[in-house]
Structures are given as C-alpha cells and as structure tokens.
Design a protein around this ligand. Structure first.
Ligand SMILES: NC(=O)c1ccc[n+]([C@@H]2O[C@H](COP(=O)([O-])OP(=O)(O)OC[C@H]3O[C@@H](n4cnc5c(N)ncnc54)[C@H](O)[C@@H]3O)[C@@H](O)[C@H]2O)c1
Ligand SMILES: [Zn+2]
Ligand SMILES: [Zn+2]
Length: 342
C-alpha cells in the first residue's frame, strides 16, 4: 500500500510502498478515506528538535483520519466491516492506576498513533477496537477526518462551564477556531479570539466571534473596552503555545477566572504568578481528548447544528502531499485535508 513515511532521519516525508498492517484478535483494519494534517505532522516532516528526540524511523506519520472498516479481529464484536470510523490516536496502557479507574485520558504511558507507532497517512491503518469511534450518525467526511483536533477543541472549551460567560481564546489556528465555534454554540456571551494572522482572524469572523483581535495592532485590554467588559474574561482558552499570549491572558482575566491551556509552548517561560495567586486564577492543562466522553460530545454538538465548515480550507489528493503540506505550513488557513481515495 502507499503511505507517507518518515524514512530517514532528515527533513521530508516520502510517499512509498509499505506492507499493509496486520491485525491481532482485538484490532480493526481500516481503509483510510481522508486524513487531516496536524502541527505534529509538520514537526515530524521538518525534523525539528522535538521530532529528532521523539521519532524512530521508519514511521508512517498521521493520526487524524476517517475511514471504513474492512476487517475485524476475532475478539471484536461491536464493530463491523463497512462501519465509518475515526480513531482515538492516544493508545493507553490499560494497566496504570488511571487506566484501571477508567480515566484513560490520564494514562501515564500513552503511545501516539503516527508518533510512537505507524499512523494513518496510508491506504490502511490498524487500531485496537477500543480506540475506534464508529460514526453512527451521518457526518461530513472532512469533519470526520478531523475529530482528533476537534476533540482537543471540545475537551478544552468544555473544561469549564461557558454559558453566559465571556471567553478569551488566544490563537486562531484550526483548534482555536473550532474552540470558538464550540464556545459560541455552547452559549458563551462574548467570544474574543486573538492571533497575528489576518487571514485566520478573517476565518474567525466567519465563525461569528464577537471580536477577532490582531494583537500586533491592538491589545486584549482594548478588546475588553470595545465590548464594554469591565471586570475581565471569565474563561480563557490558550491555543497558541505563545508565552506572550499566555501572559496577556493572565493579565486580562477576572478574579476567579479559569484558564484551560492546550497550546504547547516550545520552552519554559515566566508568568506573573502573584497575579495568578491574588486573582485566584485556575489554570488547567489539557492533553488529547477524554475517552470517550469528548467523542460523544463532538458527535452530539454536530448533531445539534455546530458548523465546522469554515475551519476546513484545504483539500488535496494524497499524491499532492507536497502542496498540501506547503498549504499547512503557511499558517494562514484552517485545516488541510488529504484525500486517500483520489
Ligand atoms: N495539548 C494537546 O493535546 C494538543 C493537541 C494538539 C495541539 N496542541 C497545541 O495547541 C496549539 C493549537 O494547535 P493548532 O493546530 O491550532 O496550532 P497552530 O500553530 O496552527 O495555531 C496557533 C496560532 O497561534 C497564533 N499565535 C502566535 N502567537 C500568538 C500570540 N502572541 N497571540 C495570539 N495568537 C498567536 C499563530 O499565528 C497561530 O495561528 C498549538 O500550540 C499546538 O501545539 C496541543
Ligand atoms: Zn493532530
Ligand atoms: Zn495507563
């Protein structure tokens, strides 16, 4: 089968022939239909410091996908050939305290699909049945392909109650944009999103945020004044990984404000801890998705009319992966999809 493989320990991803994955008794074999390109894939492709430390070659990259089940292991009972599925890309150990308690998203020995084992940028991918999410209600294939990052957005956005609250989102990348859509849909009063890309802020306006702020031109405090906020934001969703954005967020929260932090900073950085203490701010780190509560929430949010169409801005056949990756690297659009059937 064809797959996009990190073959050598150097920049690049190569479209090559590799053997189809084999499945064990508890696994499912999936014919991949569409995949999403994630920041993680960009790190693996560019072979940065994180990738050099983390990735062992050769590796089939990719973890965001939708596909159709073609074969199931003999121990799999509730998934059938023909089912339309996406996959939870965090494979958990099943043995640690949190796994045993059913808190699988808190597993301390998580292995990542397309990171620690062969992934979904391929014509077929194998996954334990326990990591498979069957789409039992009709779903757009592009949206189904990005359930993994959509889940990051939902997990973060629904970390704290949003109804009637004023929400600040720093970073209008694909995940920040989806979080903005979720916050709107879930009943926030104002949703303010910041970025340093005019194109991405324009996408945010399509989603219907109260204010899309270019922080190169105006401050978050200006934004508060524009909307008539007097006491600061109730909820913060950090989705940029930028120290500047995190400091800005902390400075603009109300007393007792709550921050859910998904953005992954490249390095340690300092923040105003006395402000966090005296304003009694809660900061919660968010990693991945809750299994499978977040997946349930995603499905019902879409059923309830949540629209992610403005977030998907690039579509390419898998043979055009170079163009697709150039599109994703540009950092100016939304999500980029690779079609494995074209
Ligand atoms: N914790 C997790 O499980 C998890 C999973 C996926 C992604 N992530 C992280 O979440 C973040 C968002 O993911 P993404 O795919 O949308 O990433 P992205 O890199 O596409 O988006 C980040 C956005 O932040 C913007 N930005 C940069 N500096 C800023 C500033 N000072 N103020 C406001 N915005 C600024 C960038 O222009 C960009 O549009 C990334 O940091 C990513 O590494 C975490
Ligand atoms: Zn991803
Ligand atoms: Zn575990």
């Amino acid at each position: 089968m064809k797959a996009l493989v990190k073959e050598k320990a150097e920049p690049g991803l190569w479209l090559v022939d590799v053997p189809e994955p084999e499945i064990g008794p508890g696994d499912v074999l999936i014919k991949v239909l569409r995949t999403g390109i994630c920041g993680t894939d960009l790190h693996i492709r560019s072979w940065d410091g994180w990738a050099r430390q983390t990735i062992r070659t050769p590796l089939v990259a990719g973890h965001e996908f939708v596909g159709e089940v073609v074969e199931t292991g003999r121990a799999v009972t509730d998934i059938q050939a023909g089912d339309l599925v996406s996959g939870e890309g965090h494979l958990v150990c099943g043995k640690c305290r949190n796994c045993l308690a059913g808190r699988r998203h808190l597993c301390r020995a998580t292995v990542g699909l397309g990171v620690g084992r062969d992934g979904a940028f391929a014509e077929y991918v194998a996954l334990p049945a326990t990591n498979v999410w069957v789409h039992r209600v009709p779903v757009d294939l592009d949206v189904a392909a990005i359930f993994d990052p959509f889940g990051n957005a939902v997990h973060t956005a629904l970390s704290f109650p949003l109804v009637g609250e004023d929400v600040l989102i720093t970073g209008a990348g694909p995940i920040g944009l989806m979080a903005a859509a979720v916050a709107r849909h879930a009943g926030a009063r104002h949703v303010v999103i910041t970025d340093v890309s005019a194109d991405r802020l324009e996408l945010a306006r399509k989603i219907g945020v109260s204010l899309a702020l270019d922080v190169r031109e105006s401050t978050v405090a200006d934004g508060q004044r524009t909307l008539g906020l007097r006491e600061g934001f109730d909820i913060g969703l950090e989705m940029s990984g930028s120290p500047v954005a995190m400091r800005d967020m902390i400075a603009n929260m109300t007393h007792g404000g709550r921050i859910a932090m998904l953005g992954l900073p490249a390095e340690e950085f300092a923040v105003d801890w006395s402000r966090i203490v005296t304003s009694m701010i809660t900061i919660k780190g968010v990693y991945g998705r809750e299994m499978f509560e977040t997946w349930y929430a995603m499905t019902v949010l879409l059923e309830g009319g949540l629209d992610l169409a403005p977030v998907i801005t690039g579509r390419h056949g898998y043979r055009d992966h170079e163009a697709a990756f150039a599109d994703a690297v540009s950092g100016t659009g939304g999500k980029v999809i690779l079609d494995w059937t074209a």
